[in-house]
Design a protein around this ligand. Structure first.
Ligand SMILES: *Cc1c(COP(=O)(O)O)cnc(C)c1O
Length: 394
């Protein structure tokens, strides 16, 4: 018989019922150090008092009004995002994949309105992840996500990640309207696009008019130690997708864009019932106030240094289990020699949660405000997990 919850997830036998900071507690009272943070969602930890206060204050006043009306909480968050970024305008969604949908529509409408309805093609990269909507799976294009779901939304070309020559050739094709890329691939195994490549891509976009869409759903909102990952490369996109960390655990996403890139999206061209909901935006504004702050981001970088140093020695101690550390800021990948899923499972036994990714990587995406003591404890628990995996293999 089919489970009463559609069985699309491979779930671990862990039932969490409460959390505080970087810790989660199961229904039978076991405590786990959470280095996954809901896959980079709980950016400020579980039950963060500032976010609880922002949510409950809004919940006592107004939960929902339609986008038929002005929504002050939404305006406030939009103003914060515009003030802190390249963007001139923001559309709010409930998720990352909805942000992908709009980014694709926005790019196509941009060219349509310029008398180039042929410039519909969007270049993406292998190993990408842009969510599970029809546009999201077509954009990423992997067999794993698209198998059985055809016909796929047409108009995407998937270029090999890191192949500059292929990009350089493809981007000059007359029907290309946009390029869509994660500055740091998340699901793909924590693969940062080197700064020089992002710069080169920006130059190619400038030369051809192709719109640059960045998917910062996972790598944005302070995760890499800058508010948005593209800031490391000193470039700005035309369109950017945000979600995950921006809501701190409340469903919220956004598309940020320049006035030019967004010019086709006039009244009636797009909408969402819940997008920019007052509850979500009240929390999002509090997250922005905390994260879009130089002192906060400096702390993220300092903690990333501490984590990185500990992980480097962990890898050195367990050369049969791990191969290398990669990533940026608190978006860390451990490239494994043992099976990543075995290490994640050994982590459960050691009371530490990590997230597997493609390319035999485990992801470490802790709350951005994880205390130093918890980082030290996390490193001890990862060491215990690694020893267990090494022993099982021996
Ligand atoms: C998670 C993720 C998405 C999809 O977000 P959802 O909220 O699950 O729809 C899109 N892009 C990237 C890079 C992601 O990590």
């Amino acid at each position: 018989m089919i489970p009463t919850i559609l069985p699309t997830y491979n779930r671990a036998p862990l039932s969490f019922v409460e959390g505080a900071g970087a810790w989660l507690v199961t229904d039978d009272g076991r405590r786990y150090l959470d280095l996954g943070a809901g896959i980079a969602v709980n950016a400020l930890g579980h039950a963060n008092p500032d976010l609880v206060a922002a949510l409950t204050a809004q919940a006592g006043k107004l939960w929902h009004v339609s986008n038929l009306y002005q929504i002050p909480a939404q305006q406030r968050l939009a103003d914060l995002l515009v003030a802190a970024t390249f963007a001139d305008t923001v559309f709010f969604t409930n998720s990352g994949t909805e942000a992908c949908e709009l980014a694709v529509k926005m790019a196509r409408k941009y060219w349509f309105d310029r008398g180039r309805p042929d410039r519909t093609r969007i270049l993406t990269f292998t190993g990408s992840f842009h969510g599970r909507s029809s546009a999201g799976i077509a954009a990423a294009g992997s067999e794993k996500m698209t198998h059985g779901f055809g016909p796929l939304l047409p108009g995407f070309t998937h270029l090999p990640w890191g192949d500059h020559a292929a990009l350089d050739a493809a981007i000059r094709d007359a029907d290309v309207g946009a390029v869509l890329v994660e500055p740091v691939q998340g699901e793909g195994g924590i693969r940062p696009m080197p700064d020089a490549c992002l710069k080169g891509l920006r130059d190619l976009c400038d030369a051809t008019g192709v719109l640059m869409i960045l998917d910062e759903v996972q790598c944005g909102m302070g995760r890499t130690g800058r508010l948005f990952a593209h800031e490391w490369a000193g470039i700005t996109p035309d369109i950017m997708m945000v979600a995950k960390g921006i809501g701190g655990g409340f469903p919220l996403g956004a598309v940020l864009a320049t006035e030019n890139a967004a010019s086709g999206m006039t009244a009636g061209t797009h909408g969402s019932t819940y997008g920019g909901n007052p509850l979500a935006c009240a929390v999002g504004a509090r997250v922005m106030e905390i994260v879009a702050d130089d002192a906060f981001l400096a702390e993220v970088n300092r903690k990333a240094g501490q984590f990185r140093q500990g992980l480097d020695s962990l890898v050195a101690r367990h050369p049969d289990v791990f191969e290398a550390v990669r990533g940026q800021g608190l978006m860390i990948g451990l490239k494994c020699r043992a099976a990543n899923t075995d290490i994640v499972k050994a982590g459960y036994a050691a009371g530490v949660l990590t997230v597997p990714a493609a390319d035999n990587v485990i992801r470490i995406l802790p709350p951005l405000n994880i205390p130093e003591d918890d980082i030290a404890e996390a490193l001890r628990r990862l060491d215990t997990a690694a020893s267990a995996v090494a022993q099982a293999a021996a």
